[in-house]
Design a protein. Sequence first.
Length: 361
Amino acid sequence: MTTKELNPEILKTKQHFEILDGLRGIAALAVVFFHFMEVAYLPEKNFIAHGFLAVDFFFCLSGFVIAYAYDDRIGKMGIKEFFKSRLIRLHPLVIFGSVLGLLAFLFDPFGGSPELYSTGKIFLIFLCSILLIPYPVITERFFNLFGLNAPAWSLFWEYIANIVYAFILCRLSRRYLLILTILAAVMLCFVSHRAGGSLMGGWAGENFWDGGARISYSFLAGMLVYRSNWIIKSKLGFAGLSVLLLLAFLLPFNQWNWLTEPMVVILYFPLLVALGAGANLKASLKKLCAFFGKISYPLYMTHYAAIWMFFNYYTSHKPGTPQLTLVIAAGMILLLGFAYLVMVVYDIPVRKYLTSKRKPA
């Protein structure tokens, strides 16, 4: 089916699960706060030390939403149009996050060592970042797969999952999807065991394949929740489900991680997605959930430039607890405001423009 023959109705975005949108925003805020806190505190002293599990929640949500949005129309729209839809949705902020990361890398007022890298090397790092090609070479940034914008590692795996979905998973029966999900759960437990009881991998060269294990299970589990119609009706609402989600991130970091982390990812997050899809949302909270859903991705993809600057600030200034609290609180507010600005001025207009260019004549 060519673009000119494509029915515009097929390209329209389906109605959102509003509470799931809101929970995505809560998870994004938790990730940002976690990244601030991990700079200053060891995991044992970090009360949100499991904030990194928000990424697994994102993956599970993604599997559910992709299956909901495309299972019944990818055959009509075609793989090429599916990829266009995903690129328009995701890649403008991949590029913006890379540009922002480059500027922070070159002009960090608190430190950094860009002079250690030649102009050609920096250009290659930037090129790999905007093309989502892993290139873990920045030593002082712990060999992140994407040194200019660390969270892009999860977008890399998101793209891989989308490709596999388009060619294989969309055609898979629920029975085989269940088998794959069980196998992925076993693989996830193995990765946790091999990593010393933690699922925090996937972001660096040395733990690259951990990211594959993390998205393999969570994406498949999200798809399985949708295709099995495991929608649980409840009266928990957005507030109740937000508390339940935050509890996963506030789990103590201790010797039981090898058990608690896989259980949260394997059982708890799919349950929350099922509950979120079936919960009723109060009219007074609809705008808040819509805002959280829209701001979550811009916030996720633009915050890490500030985290590297905070890291250099903390290393050079060693602030006390009162000053640290003030800086982190101000940073959270400023990053949220900046993400909103990026969303309104850049992301939404660019996506609207790209979408208009693909409409049939």
